[in-house]
Write a protein that binds this ligand. Structure first.
Ligand code: MTE
Length: 313
């Protein structure tokens, strides 16, 4: 799987942050694969879970963008259940308990199942994927995720022929989530993908980043990552995945259908009513850069062959 290098990335940017370099050096010296090394260093996962990381695949992507600082990725967040300001999720989400955790996968499939998080961690080899993330608000990051393809999970439950969409529902817990008392969204936060989008090899279920277990503010213990779509499609702290025939409603689309379409593919030619989309500010950089169609992931274009992307925004 090749991630093309956008023309506007200078060679000088191809340097990882110190922390990342140090981890890679550790992995090189210890002869371990990416995450096995990181697990030894920092992961608070149980011994059994850490053992599941022994087979982590090193990053197979070719992306030259400089990863965003870990501090920015973990303190500049959108997780409205824990507050609307960017620094609130990091302050408030620490109370999120990620064990025990179950994800129900059901709907139009032959083998509906409840997966314990421990089973999800062992379901497929964990991979490191360095992806660009573009928020509809006009900022972007580059995040080294750890996870596995959503397609591996869907294959296990055997989608039926009538299944056309996948709905994601995330945790709703008013005892720990101060944000859900405000009717900003129709809680719980829900999202959706077409089945072929969900099965695309780029679509990831992330369980970690920068070689460490996902922090609550980033959607622990398991979240979606769809790198060619605006960040809000990547639902955090997933508890339910349902295969459906009809296009599911999504939290943002229900809140403002003229602002947040079901597809929400990154598209510099389709402006949001409040934010122009042809440029973006990469967190940690001063100047703006051009936004790329599908966030630069051209390999997804065939999914939308023949579709009017302005109408199906
Ligand atoms: N998932 C839930 N459950 N609640 C949210 O508020 N925010 C979305 C998405 N997933 C959100 C969510 C938005 S708007 C963005 S941009 C990304 O998460 C941000 O992910 P990050 O904070 O890990 O960068």
């Amino acid at each position: 799987m090749l991630i093309r290098r956008p023309a506007d990335i200078a060679p000088s940017e191809i340097t990882s942050p110190d922390l990342y370099r140090a981890r890679r050096e550790f992995m090189r010296l210890s002869g371990r694969t990416a995450l096995a090394g990181a697990a030894t260093l920092a992961l608070p996962w149980s011994a059994a879970e850490a053992a599941a990381l022994a087979n982590v695949q090193p990053n197979r992507q070719k992306i030259d963008d400089k990863p965003t600082r870990l501090k920015d990725i973990t303190t500049y967040n959108n997780y409205y259940e824990f507050g609307v300001d960017k620094d609130e999720p990091a302050k408030n989400a620490g109370v999120l308990k990620t064990r025990p955790w179950t994800v129900i996968v059901d709907g139009l499939c032959n083998r509906p199942r409840r997966f314990a998080i421990e089973d999800l961690l062992k379901l497929a080899p964990l991979e490191e994927r360095i992806y660009r993330m573009r928020c509809v608000e006009g900022w972007s990051m580059v995040i080294p995720w750890v996870g596995f393809p959503l397609a591996s999970l869907l294959k296990l439950v055997e989608p039926q022929g009538s299944a056309k969409f996948v709905e994601f529902t995330t945790l709703y817990d008013e005892k720990i989530m101060p944000g859900v008392k405000y009717p900003i969204l129709d809680w719980p936060y829900t999202e959706g993908l077409r089945l072929d989008e969900a099965q695309h090899p780029l679509t990831l279920l992330a369980v970690g980043l920068y070689g460490e277990e996902l922090l609550p503010q980033n959607g622990a213990p398991i979240r979606l990552v769809v790198p060619w779509k605006y960040g809000f499609k990547s639902a955090k702290s997933i508890v339910h995945i349902r295969l459906t025939e009809k296009m599911p409603g999504t939290a943002w689309n229900k809140a403002a259908a003229n602002e947040y379409g079901f597809y929400s593919n990154v598209n510099p030619k389709v402006d949001h009513p409040r934010w122009e989309q042809d440029t973006e500010r990469r967190i940690g950089e001063l100047t703006k850069r051009k936004t790329l169609l599908f966030n630069g992931y051209d390999e997804v274009a065939p999914l939308y062959a023949g579709m009017d992307l302005k109408k199906n925004f």
